[in-house]
Design a protein around this ligand. Sequence first.
Ligand code: SF4
Length: 485
Amino acid sequence: MSKFHGIGAYAPTHSYELLPFKFDRLNDKEYLLTNMVGEFLVIPEALLGDIVGHTLPLTSDWLPDLRAKQFLRFPEEQAPLELLALKLRTRMSRLAQFTNLHIFVVTLRCDHSCPYCQVSRQSEDKAAFDMTPEMADRALDFVFRSPNPAIKIEFQGGEPLLNFEMVKYVVTQAKERNRTEGRNLQFVIATTLSLLTDEMLAFCKEHQISLSSSLDGPADLHNANRPRPGRDSHQRFEEGLQRARAALGFDYVSALMTTTEKSLPRVREIIDEYLRLGFDGIFLRPLSPYGFAIKTKRFMAYDAARYLEFYKEGLQYIIELNKAGIRFSEYYSSLVLAKMLTSNDPGFVDLMNPSGAGIAAIVFNYDGTVYASDESRMLAEMGDPAFRLGNLLEQSYEEIILSDNLLDALEDSFTLSVPMCADCAFEPYCGAEPVYHHAVHKDVVGRKPESGFCSRNMGIFKHLIGLLRSDPETRQILTGWANRC
Ligand code: SF4
């Protein structure tokens, strides 16, 4: 006699309840379901009506997945609710820690004159655009008011190496204060590397300072994008890179690329250049509509559709490289995949909701003005002070953090309550981006059907979901990127 009943005896006998989820058409035949914690499921078109109409047979093969991903539950089950709450708390846990990244603009001076530059740079000799020790002290007062146990101080410009004395001052003062604060303190200098000296490298080594640089591709492309006297930006970058890696260690130097219209037909060459120089990943970063880029209309040189072609071609090449045994990743995709495949939010400011502006990252300009983000500073330099939060000499920490300019922008752009985003199935992977939409549409919510940010991201999300479903090897590669984030 059998010890067990037949399989039918274990099938659920009650009808199910729907848990909150959103859906969107993925293609002609399929829908995408997502929920607030980023779980997703692609289902055949016909199934959607059954699910929402509560007519899905309890013996359906789809039921286990729908339950496991908390799209529905049986009335007596508490575990799905508790799991949803736990995953949501994990995703939102960064909010409680508050500001991590503090950007010090130590000078606006620069030796480069890039046409798409996001900063209103000043020529090398205008020291009036340098941060003073008094201002740096005020900024450090502000930094250590953040409750975050991890504090990152990033030096930006202009070219921060043109005011290296101030970099040294801030690092030594911050470390001194940290003797009693006991925070996890990190330092980064955003630099082209063109003015890097051995003395600077010795200081960086002593204080474990990372260097974040820029590489736009092969020499001719990089030099065309980043003009400087002598037209030797790429050569200086490469020399600086080798010396910095030798002095600090390989992983202490990273590079960012910016996609200009000249980059569009050359994505494979750009990736090859990163490989040649020993990088294990690239950020295929579009132009931002800020600062000089918006003034010169350079950001309109290509639209979201053309950028997506570039991105998809690059991603395909990178996946081919991985399949051939070369470990290399695309960083933006990795961030999105982490939001799709894990319970973590990697905390990338552009993909945060509420927006990370002012609360995940904050900027101290050389003159003491505080901005919600680097992009906010760039807008202000072009005459738009919408995200100017105050001045270190005039306002307290509380007045700056609680300023209407910041709170209104965060509240008004919250994706779960703004038109289109509130109903969008891709919302769990997206971000609020009030600064971008204010820059382009003069409104922190923006008009999403016309938004380049929206169409670019939606294209990326759909493409990544397609790749995750393409073949097991591709899925394995992309899962690896998500887990390394
Ligand atoms: S910006 Fe676009 S893709 Fe992002 S959540 Fe809003 S509607 Fe969706």
